[in-house]
Design a protein around this ligand. Sequence first.
Ligand code: ADP
Ligand code: TYD
Length: 209
Amino acid sequence: MFITFEGLDFSGKSTQAKMLFEYFNSRKIKTILLREPGGTEISEKVREIILDRQNIEMTPLTEFMLFSASRSQLVSQVIKPHLKKGYIVICDRYYDSSTAYQSYGGKLELSNVLKVNNIASSGLKPDLTILIDITPKQAFKRASCRNSKDRMESKDLTFYNKVYKGFKDIAKKNKNRFLVINGTLSINEIHTMIINTLSAKSKISKNII
Ligand code: ADP
Ligand code: TYD
């Protein structure tokens, strides 16, 4: 099973991805936790370039190509081999982030972004995508508690409003794989909702979680 987490920066994705990883681990279910951009030596190097605040001249297309390059490496080196070995793969962000940030936010042509997403992921689609839904205003409130921001986190509210609309649209268009959760609920409430959804899904597919 391939599970991805999506949402705005500070929505609480990483917290939930880690909790889910620990939940599976405690039940001795083989699981790996990854993040995008990153997850392999090459992808982590690409991540540094993308997030470096000094790279102010980076064009939206270059940025998108770098995210895609990082993803392509992660999919072939880590995700696909682990799925083959029967692992549950949890990824903190995946190609829906490119659609929301680079197309809806960065104004790259949607059909081109979807095409490259499909190429970079070798057509590998998540079985479940959990969108932790908080508004840009709520995200900015949480972000204000942090002093240092990377290049991506330094974008303005107008940009994040577009990204937010993007995530909502993507979820609407892909209802069969998306679970949208109100990210202002408590950390434990959100975790419980995720577990409940997964156990309902596994009963349907006769897997034991
Ligand atoms: P992301 O990976 O989406 O950027 P994090 O999981 O790192 O988000 O969380 C961002 C911040 O918000 C952290 O300080 C975290 O403790 C806090 N946080 C996470 N989930 C919640 C929640 N449900 N309610 C309130 N604060 C939260
Ligand atoms: P990160 O520090 O991992 O943020 P978060 O904890 O919120 O995931 O930084 C990743 C940043 O890159 C984040 O601002 C979202 C952005 N991003 C894209 O713009 N496109 C993408 O395809 C991906 C994977 C991430």
